[in-house]
Write a protein that binds this ligand. Structure first.
Ligand code: ADP
Ligand code: ASP
Ligand code: MG
Length: 405
């Protein structure tokens, strides 16, 4: 019997009818002579609701308590799923992350999986149970519950697929695959039959939330294929794997966008060694992750330093750096919380000139102003006004003719 690992996202288990729908699909997989391990996310917006609840008690919830609170979202969906399966006459058991043997480090709200001791899962499978694992959580050596960071259930699923020796990790959601752009923004976006880890990683990291980037990274390291498909239809889905069309030239594979971008500019910092370290070390200590960083040399040995953070981190970041840059002699610190990020991604862009020019000209035709630009070998990202993100994604989709196969 083969072991199949399936993951169902929050939108697929958002209410009781949807849980029943997923339960029926799990039974179909089981009946094809498979042992099935299922990872579930919390129902709908449960995690957001739990975070709001904590913030109604305190501005700064204790990290340990917050992780236990958030882990309950997935406990609810996993137990309901097991009940639905049993009610349909099918043997099933739910396991929390800890019961499933998912061991993590102790960094609350962003814990990393250290190892999986899968004995209990194997024992349940041998008993004939379908195992429903609560995603997004684990346990430390000191027996504290941790969560893996927002969107972390995808990582749980890939990690389990690897440690249980599954042939593929199936990730079911409310779209039937990975598209050339978010189909909610671009109606003519095209479903990709397959995509390589490298391109998927860039798309996921730069905003395509159909798959979490940490899950893609882990899958790439262990060469675990991921199938992204619909929880509601039987259409074929997208296979993310290592051997996907390596030599496609002159092609942008997809466009990612991210509306969660805020920008900070420190104006007139002394242009000398140690200044950047003096700003970014305290930010890292405060747990703020910084994305795009640009420094321009200004006049008179002064430089302007610009970087982006997630919108939710803007206040914390400003509070941390304001006193530092003041004492370093900077002129001013300004911020803009209404930005977005649009990226074109494709291995075909590697060593091929002209993509940036084409991208910028498509944006200029729409009168979209570019504030910052960053690139990797297979990606070009622009930071623009958040109100223009939708127009930008659509314009680039047309400019690179992504609707055509
Ligand atoms: P789940 O509840 O299953 O975790 P999410 O809402 O987190 O689902 O992710 C699925 C959503 O990702 C889709 O509804 C779609 O709007 C969005 N999405 C963004 N980019 C893409 C893309 N390139 N292909 C498919 N879906 C995308
Ligand atoms: N429920 C968690 C979240 O909303 C984890 C997940 O859905 O993957 O971030
Ligand atoms: Mg999700």
């Amino acid at each position: 019997m083969a072991i199949v690992v399936q993951k169902y996202g929050g939108s697929s288990v958002a209410d009781v009818d949807k849980i029943r729908n997923v339960a029926r699909r799990i039974i179909q997989t089981r009946e094809k002579d498979n042992q099935v391990v299922v990872v579930v996310s919390a129902m709908g917006d449960t995690t957001d609701d739990l975070i709001d609840l904590a913030h109604r008690i305190t501005d700064q919830p204790d990290p340990r308590e917050l992780d236990v609170l958030l882990s309950t979202g997935e406990i609810v969906s996993s137990t309901l799923m097991a009940m639905a399966l049993k009610q349909m006459g099918h043997p099933a058991v739910s396991l929390s992350g800890a019961q499933a043997g998912i061991h993590t480090d102790a960094s609350f709200s962003r814990a990393r999986i250290l190892k999986i001791e899968a004995r209990r899962i194997f024992k349940e499978l041998e008993k004939g149970n379908t195992v429903i694992v609560a995603g997004f959580q684990g346990i430390t050596d000191g027996m504290d519950v941790t969560t893996l960071g927002r969107g972390g259930s995808d990582t749980t699923a890939v990690a389990l697929a690897v440690s249980l020796g599954a042939g593929v990790c199936e990730r079911f959601t409310d779209v039937d695959g990975v598209y050339t752009a978010d189909p909610r923004l671009v109606p003519e976006a095209r479903k990709l039959p397959e995509i390589g880890y490298e391109e998927m990683l860039e798309l996921a990291t730069y905003g395509s939330k159909v798959l979490h980037h940490r899950a893609v990274e882990l899958a790439g390291v262990y060469n675990m294929p991921i199938l992204v498909a619909s929880s509601f239809t039987d259409s074929p889905g997208t296979l993310i794997h290592g051997g996907a069309s390596m030599e496609v030239r002159n092609k942008v594979r997809g466009i990612a966008h991210d509306l969660d971008v805020a920008k900070i500019t420190v104006i007139g910092v002394p242009d000398k060694p140690g200044v950047a370290a003096g700003i970014f070390e305290p930010l890292a200590k405060a747990g703020v992750s910084v994305d795009t960083i640009v420094q321009n040399a200004g006049t008179g040995n002064l430089a302007d330093l610009t970087f982006t953070v997630a919108k939710g981190d803007l206040k914390k970041a400003m509070d941390v750096i304001k006193p530092i840059v003041q004492s370093a002699g900077a002129k001013d610190t300004v911020s803009d919380a209404k930005l977005g990020k649009v990226s074109i991604v494709g291995t075909g862009m590697q060593n091929a000139p002209g993509y940036a020019a084409r991208m910028f000209s498509a944006l200029s035709k729409e009168n979209i102003n570019i504030q910052l630009i960053t690139t990797s070998e297979i990606r070009i990202t622009v930071i623009i006004d958040e109100a223009r993100v939708k127009d930008a994604v659509r314009a680039l989709h047309r400019a690179f003719e992504l609707e055509k196969a």
